[in-house]
Design a protein around this ligand. Structure first.
Ligand code: 5AD
Ligand code: SF4
Length: 436
């Protein structure tokens, strides 16, 4: 029987929403009187906050469980997140973990841990109607760049994706609850807030307000310097939201708008419900509203049936858009999704080659985007210490990492002349303030 744990460690995989959930679970454990262990290896309770989006992510969980038990150690292990939701009891069967808790049930973690310590099976993958957020403790201390979940779940049912099954239907948190949490985050040290949702731009409330209205309201919070949001779906990119990029100074010039493929037949088979052209026209309007906007995206290569010519369409789209950065993946069949039943599996070698070619093009554009920042002056939000003494690391408005030598502290906003660019980061010098 597992003992009642005194120390905990939460390890999050996957998307930023998992990072947010991981922070909230840590706060819950701290509220229960547990203290944070220095590492997973030293903790009495390890929460693995898992991702189910691609096969590799899932397999990682099982190898992690094995590693935690090396040398005969027996920490209490809780599997949370999307693998917990998708596999449920199967995880208990396969790996004999103590707790399994889904992404909509983790407010029950204290009870589940107590049950497990008492020798009871502790599994909760319910998706209750009442939101978990009301049952979570208040935010206390956070990093300068904080996450805030405003919307969860997905009703789009892209044929490759598990999210509608693991995170459930689209649900928007109420306007007032979000604004309250944003204020609490700022009081707890946040200067930048990234609004999170699987379809964050589908956020809406009962009064018909959309994400643009929420952003305009958050803009008024004193002490909050920057607002970002992710991840968006092209079909929910309203003109009002695009206009907010023109009007709201705190809204950073950055948009992550996944397209997945540049070919209409593939987009249709993916059930994306937008075309190559409609996607590009949205970007036209976004760039019209905010000419310096940095664009990011997600891509899948080797979707079932994807031909060489169809893949070339994706490369051509990349050439046209010139992303500042992007994420690209090999298609991974997920059990229970429609695409997993489709014919036309693309051979591994072909998939590898396509991914390499796509990533070469994306890396080229990322380097060019970084290079184009050299000579500009911009605000940098200091987030952490660098490797060298006196060196700090922060983020540009376009989400690039910036290294600089400065006396500024974590959480400060400094004005920086960008002097050098690398493939993954920038370097600059702090602009000395003119004497008053
Ligand atoms: N295989 C490969 N990539 C996937 N993604 C989602 N599902 C799959 C899958 N089955 C990618 C998409 C999505 C990102 C979060 O992960 O590009 O936008
Ligand atoms: Fe992974 Fe998607 Fe779950 Fe995030 S929501 S953890 S990306 S499966």
């Amino acid at each position: 029987m597992a003992k009642t744990p005194k120390t905990y460690h939460v390890k999050s995989f996957g998307c930023q929403m998992n990072v947010y959930d991981g922070e909230r679970m840590s706060e819950l454990m701290a509220e229960q009187g547990l203290s944070a262990a220095a590492s997973a290896e030293e903790a009495d309770l390890v929460v693995l906050n898992t991702c189910h989006i691609r096969e590799k992510a899932t397999e990682k969980v099982y190898s992690d469980i094995g590693r935690l038990r090396k040398g005969g150690r027996k920490p209490m292990i809780a599997v949370a997140g999307c693998v917990a939701q998708a596999e449920g009891e199967e995880i208990v069967r396969r790996a004999q973990v103590d707790v399994v808790v889904g992404p909509q049930a983790y407010h029950n973690l204290p009870k589940l841990v107590a049950d497990a310590a008492g020798g009871k099976a502790a599994l909760d993958t319910d998706m209750p109607l009442a939101s978990k957020f009301g049952a979570l403790p208040a935010r206390r201390r956070v990093a300068p760049g904080a996450f805030l979940t405003v919307q969860e779940g997905c009703d789009k049912f892209c044929t490759y994706c598990v999210v509608p099954y693991t995170r459930g239907a689209e649900v928007s948190r109420p306007f007032a609850a979000i604004v309250d949490e944003a204020r609490a985050l700022v009081d707890a040290g946040a200067r930048e807030i990234t609004l999170l949702g699987q379809n964050v731009n589908a956020w809406a409330d009962e009064d018909g307000r959309g994400l643009d209205a929420l952003i305009r309201d958050l803009d008024r919070i004193e002490g909050l310097a920057r607002i970002r949001y992710t991840t968006s779906h092209p079909n929910d990119m309203t003109q009002r939201l695009i206009d907010a990029h023109r009007d709201v100074e705190k809204l950073m010039p950055y948009l992550h708008l996944p397209v997945q493929s540049g070919n209409d037949r593939v987009l249709k088979a993916m059930n994306r419900s937008h075309s190559r052209d409609s996607y590009l026209r949205i970007l036209d309007r976004v760039r019209e509203a905010r000419p310096d906007i940095a664009l990011s995206g997600d891509f899948i290569v080797g979707f079932p049936g994807e031909t060489d010519a169809e893949f070339e369409d994706t490369l051509r789209l990349v050439d046209e858009v010139r992303y500042s950065q992007a994420f690209s993946f090999k298609y991974s069949p997920r059990p229970g999704t429609p695409a997993a039943e489709m014919d036309g599996a693309v051979p591994r070698g072909v998939m590898d080659e396509r991914l390499q070619r796509l990533q070469a093009a994306l890396n080229r554009d990322q380097a060019a985007f970084n290079e184009a920042t050299v000579g500009k002056t911009c605000d940098v939000l200091i987030e952490r210490r660098g490797k060298h003494p006196g060196q700090m690391l922060g983020k540009s408005p376009w989400l690039q990492s910036v290294h600089l030598a400065t006396d500024a502290q974590i959480g400060d906003m400094v004005t920086v002349d960008i002097e050098r660019a690398g493939p993954n980061s920038l370097a600059g010098v702090e602009r000395v303030k003119a004497a008053a």
